[in-house]
Every structure is written in C-alpha cells, then in structure tokens.
Design a protein around this ligand. Sequence first.
Ligand code: GUN
Ligand code: ZN
Length: 650
Amino acid sequence: MPIQFEATHTEGLSRLGTLKTPHGAIQTPALLPVINPNLLLIDPATMQDDHGVQAVITNAYIIKTDDALHERTLEQGVHDAIGFNGPIMTDSGTFQDYVYGDLDLDPHDIVDFQRRIGTDIGTILDIFSTPDRSKNQARQDVDETTQRAKETLPKAHDMTLALPIQGATYPQERERAARHASQLEPPGGAIHPIGGVVPLMEDQRYATLTRIILAAKRGLTPKRAVHLFGAGHPQMLPLAVYLGCDLFDSAAYAKFAHDERLLFPWGTVHLNDLDELPCTCPACHDTTPDELNNQPPYERAQTLAHHNLHATMQEMKRIRQAQREGRLFDLVTERLTTHPHLARALTVLQEHTPQLEQQEPTSSKRGIQLLEHTYTTHPQTHRAHDRIETRFHPRGPLTLLDPTQRPFTANAQDTVQALRDRGTHPFFPSRLGPVPYDLDEAYPFSQCLEPPLTHDHLQQQAKKLEHLAQHWDTTTIEPQTALEEEPTHDADLTHERVEATAAYQFGPHAATALLEGTIRIETSPRTGRVRTVHANDEHILSRRAYDGLFTLKLAGARRIHEAIDAPRLRIQVQPDSALFNADGKTVFAKFTLACDQSLRPGDECLIVDPDDTLVACGRLTVTPQEALELEHGPAAKVREGIGKDAYKAP
Ligand code: GUN
Ligand code: ZN
C-alpha cells in the first residue's frame, strides 16, 4: 500500500495533514513518543488512552539485539510485542551507533528486520551527520546515506520507509540530500526525517537548526511528510511545525523525568526548584513537589513522565488549533521569546521571509494579528510589500493618511475624495507597510489586528512611502499641501477601488485588460460596498464578502487570457482534464502540466490546455510546486468552465 499523505497549508511552511498507515491514519502534525521496550515509564496502551497518543516510535536495533525480545517480536509482530495497536514507526540503530560508536550493523538486515516485525514505517540505517563534520565529510555522509537508501530500499517491500536527510550544518548539503531523497520511490511510500540534529538541540543552537530545516524543505517534495528526529520539547515544537515539520519523535518526556525535570511550553524546571506544581494535569493536580520527593524514585519518574507527556501532547493540540485559527505565528513568537537561545531563530525566520511566504494562503476567513516585536518577520508583511511595490504604479504624488481615521470610508471620505480630485494618492500607515487607501477593505489589510502605531512607526512609514515614491518615479506630499491645489478632475472612488483591488490580485496589466470598455459596478445599497463588476455588460468580477477580494468570472478570465501571455496566471492541464474542467469540475494535481510560479494558494487563476486554450477559471488551492508534484487531490477549484461542448481538444 503506497502511503498517502495529504495536507493543507496553514501559516509559514506549516500544514495540517493526514498520514495513512496500515494501522490507521495519523493526524499531523503529530508527536510519536519513543518507546524503549526495556525501560517503560508509561505503557503504550495508556499513552493511547490517557494522553491521546496516535502513534509511537520504537527502536528496531534495541529489539533486534535483545534475544528474548527479538524472538517474541518476530513471532507476534511489533504491535502485539509492545502492546500498541495504532501506527508504529521504528528507528534503525543509527542513533545508538552515534551514541555508543561503531556498532556492527548491517544496513540490509536492519531494514529486512523492520519489515519482518511488521512495523508501519521503518527507517534505513542512515549516517548520523554531526554538527562538527566538515563540508567534505558532510557531503560523504549525504552520499553514503543516499547510497544506502537506494541499496536497501528493495528490502522494505511495501513497508513505508523513513529516508533521512543528513548534511551536518551545511544548508547546501541538506538541500542536496533532500533532492536526492525526494527522487527515490519506495513501493510502500516514504517520509523524510531530518536527522543529525539532536546535538544541535542539546546545545540550544536553534538558529542553525532553523537554517537546516529550511534548507531541507527547499529540496523536499511537498508530497511527503517531514519528520524531525529527536525533537519533542514543547518549547520548540511550534517553531518546528511552522518550518514545515509534520512528525516528531521524542524521548524527552522520559529522559527528563529520570532527571526529575518537568517540561513546560516555557521551558524546563527541576523538581527541586518548585514550591508548587504550576500545572493542573492529571499527574500534577493532586500532588506537590514535597510529596513527589518522598516517593520512591521509579514512581516519581513515572509521575513526572506522565506530566511531561501531557505537557507535550497538550502543546501539539494547541499547535493544531492555532493552525486552524491562523494563530500559529503568534504561538511561535510567544514560545521563541521565552528564551534568548530560541529568540535567535527569529532572526533566521526574518532572513527567510521569501521562502516562508511561498505557501501561505492569500486569504483566510480569519484576519491576521501582528504583534509588536514580530510584525517585520511576518510573511504577510513581506507579501503585502512585494505585491504593492510590483503591482501598483501611481502617477501622482503619494501622501499618508491619519491611521486613527480608519475605516476611511466612514471617517475620511471627504479628505480622500479631495485628495484624489487633485491627483494625489492616499496611503495609510500600517504594520504591513504603507497601504494604498483603496485596499483598506481587502485581505489582509481589512482584518489585520495590530498594536497602535507609535511616533517612531509613523516616521518609519513616511520613509517607506518615500522609498515607494522613488521606486515609482513620483514624489510624496503632505495632505495639507496637496489640498491647497485646485482640483483637476472628479475622481470616481468606487471605480478606483475596483482597479486597485484587481491590480493587487492580478497585476497591473491584467487589471487594465479587465477594466477596458464600459464598466458598471453594482454596490450594496446598505454598505456601499462593491458586489459585482461588469465590463461591456459582461459580468467579470464578484467581490467576496469575507475577504474583500475578487473572484474571477469566465468573461473576466477571457479578458486576462487575451491580454496576458502564458504562463502568467495560468495552470495548464492535460487535454482529458481540460474537458472535465470545461464542464466545471475540479482540477486534480495529477493532470497538471505547468503552473505560474508566482501564484500562491488561494489566488484566482486561469485553467488552460496544452495549446493555451482557456477552458475554465477558478482558484488555486495548493502551491504551484504541489500542483505539479502531488499525485493525489485537487490543485484548483473550478468556478466556471466554458462548457464541455465548447471545448475542442488539440
Ligand atoms: N534519532 C535521532 N537522530 C537520528 C538520526 O539522525 N537518524 C536516525 N535514524 N535516528 C535518529
Ligand atoms: Zn502536570
């Protein structure tokens, strides 16, 4: 059974998905607690019942080298042997080889053994590429790991294989490793763990860890789940999910319990440093540090392990909920600011906003929230700036409105009208940068919660506006000065708003093509908001109420198609699919041939056949890379097709 991983994008590179295994599906992101069959603090069935654990990981090397366990596991299968009926992943012994040195392990045997004990996801014997490896050594580690993956892959038969990404601290090597691994096709499917990172986490080198994960993600195919080996401290899980890791495994809950330490999302605390337990989980709610100190060591370790696992699983739930609510970035920044070492990762995030922006949807039913210290890192800030700078080209001078007058349609309509009548373009200052007044009611500007702008921010915004003016070859002006001029014309603010929104979504040339001819705009009698746009009596655009953005009608798509050359704004599909899509049916990724790389999930798009014949218009639901690489699931929702009778295949 080839494994199936399906996921949808949330913020940054994060995703919510489902990983199907022979023992059931795992909702991702998910954490797999490490089970050491010789050293159980919590038995796996209790993990499932009391902690909501969906899947576990255990170690094939440990099982294989223990005579009794070896026999029993071969006989009963790993699920019965450890007493867990959900999905089980096994690791290969690579980590033990790194810790104890030079274990005599055979890469073929270990994969074969994992298949024979019936594990759901087995791991190859990769080379643990430690952070102190030189670039040449790292290259060798990557090559050797790739070679082993290729050679031992046939031994897996239809077992899913974990093919780890190594490469020490070198982003280039990590990316190269990821590209190689992505090309391998085990019959039972694959997941990709990022390996060799435990020493980095032990040394709290989160900036390096972040760079490594981002590099691996650049090379990895989006169709497979990504695992982060040895990560399980609740404090860093939101970051790892944000960077696009779907699976985690960790022995931290048990290791820290043996050391009498408690895990919390804000850090680790030693039992001796606590006068009371700052937790109400089932393990903590009716006990005290004193009572725990009086327990026998093993019992105490068990209680602490329960607390630690609880804290970890709770953080995973919190993460998934934050993803659903569009609040993951907030959670990430909250956790990263709990410790200076973690805070270093923020700088790396900031350096990588273009990568982090690529998968984030262009719209959401919920708004975004920008926080004081982090708004410059937010991918939406980067996107807004980029789209405004490249898709607008105001000819007259630019001016800044007073942000306290938002919403401007209610509080500053006369000022805006007077400015526009004099050829001046009003912008409003926000944490997302200076935004054209016309986009005030469109996502993300309309639903962006942000702290009040201070005097410093306003000065920054004035500078940014200056920069934009230079870029567009125009000037800036104070509103009062602009208003001293005589009006030169009577501006149609509704029409301008339509033009600006179309330019923001589709680019300036497409906007011009859309709005050629006689334009009629229907507005809501109650709110005055745009509802539909008609050009020469053809319905070309509708405004979506929840995000203020346009959806494209077929007549609009035709205009864009005529004016803008391929591949811009297009997703190209096979002729069979084109016929289906012309009939109004969904575009499946399996049938996509090409996709405009500048599109983002949620963008409106044209659906064309290999001859660039327009067959439908709709909305991209995945990234352009996914549209090309995914083997299952939709790539775009069709809104309107030309009709199957109107389509002639090439
Ligand atoms: N456990 C922690 N790190 C690693 C790694 O790099 N490879 C494998 N196979 N297991 C691990
Ligand atoms: Zn607790």
